[in-house]
Design a binder for this molecule. Structure first.
Ligand code: SF4
Length: 60
């Protein structure tokens, strides 16, 4: 399982960057990017996103 960002939904508002306690999210070329080495899958960024752009990808 991992955290994924839907680039169609992301508006690069940065809410997730501020919410992430692990500093695992950055904005790159107008879209949030997850650093999977840092992410501890706490899920805090999911409700922090006002555009519903972040979710768990349960396939991985
Ligand atoms: S799940 Fe938690 S640690 Fe991972 S990117 Fe989101 S807020 Fe950061």
């Amino acid at each position: 399982m991992k955290i994924v960002v839907d680039p169609q939904r992301c508006r690069a508002s940065g809410e997730c960057v501020r919410a992430c306690p692990q500093e695992a999210i950055r904005i790159e070329d107008g879209c949030a990017v997850i650093d999977h080495q840092r992410c501890d899958l706490d899920g805090i960024c999911i409700p922090a996103c006002p555009h519903d752009a972040i979710s768990f990808d349960e396939q991985d």
